[in-house]
Design a protein around this ligand. Structure first.
Ligand SMILES: Cc1cc2nc3c(=O)[nH]c(=O)nc-3n(C[C@H](O)[C@H](O)[C@H](O)COP(=O)(O)O)c2cc1C
Length: 222
């Protein structure tokens, strides 16, 4: 698989098969992805990898937490700006609509949409996951650098036949994640990532998001 294929084939998978992914596979992905660039080569990322019996234990804790507090906590940072502008607002809206359309949940079915949202906290059934954190001292630059690591991980996973879904949703469950991994106070949890083998038959994996054409976001002076 070349880079172009990996970039174009990667998608956010939201249903996974039972096929297991263990520490060896997660470690192999990180062995490659650690070569991602970062400003000043600071490598400002901390990764927590979850699989096997620990995934089962985490799921058990999460199931309990969901029962006690279905809505989750306030995140430590806003995932989106409070009144997100155009064209971002419409893009986000259309993405959500296409997702729910793929599984036949109309806009009025608030309960159905919440149930789908809650699947984030089961990693959409994925057998493994990563969580990403960075030091609270770090600013926008270093957050972007962490994003580079995450994208590299997603592409390396793709090359290995695995699928991923990045999950900012975990910002609303940061306390549980922090406790489970004993994340030090100076680190802030940013995002999770489900990892597994995509269920290719699942309707939720059957649609694709679109992208703006190059001239909508790029300015050329030649
Ligand atoms: C940093 C980041 C966080 C995301 N968080 C979530 C999430 O919490 N739940 C979810 O279902 N999708 C999440 N997504 C997936 C995006 O909705 C998806 O990447 C986008 O719609 C483009 O679709 P594609 O990944 O299939 O190309 C996230 C993506 C990124 C890059």
């Amino acid at each position: 698989m070349n880079v172009e294929d990996a970039v174009k084939n990667r998608l956010s998978a939201r249903a996974f098969t039972d096929r297991q992914v263990g520490e060896a596979e997660l470690r192999a992905i990180l062995e490659i992805a650690r070569w991602s660039p970062s400003g000043g080569n600071c490598q400002p990322w901390h990764v927590y990898a979850l699989s096997g019996a620990s995934m089962a234990a985490f799921r058990a804790e999460m199931t309990k937490a969901m029962a006690e507090d279905p809505m989750g906590e306030e995140g430590e940072f806003p995932i989106y700006p409070p009144a997100i502008k155009e064209p971002y607002r419409t893009r986000r809206f259309e993405c959500g609509e296409a997702l729910y359309r793929s599984i036949g949940i109309p806009r009025e079915d608030k309960g159905g949409r919440l149930m789908q949202l809650a699947k984030n906290y089961d990693f959409f059934g994925a057998p493994a996951a990563f969580f990403f954190a960075l030091d609270r001292q770090m600013g926008p630059g270093q957050w972007a650098h962490l994003g580079m690591l995450m994208q590299t991980i997603a592409l390396v996973a793709e090359e290995k036949g695995l699928a991923t879904c990045m999950q900012e949703a975990w910002a609303r469950r940061h306390t549980l994640v922090r406790r489970f991994f004993a994340v030090p106070d100076e680190l802030q949890l940013y995002c999770g990532m489900a990892v597994g083998y995509a269920d290719r038959q699942a309707p939720i994996n059957s649609w694709r998001t679109t992208r703006a054409p190059v001239d909508e976001f790029a300015t050329f002076r030649s």
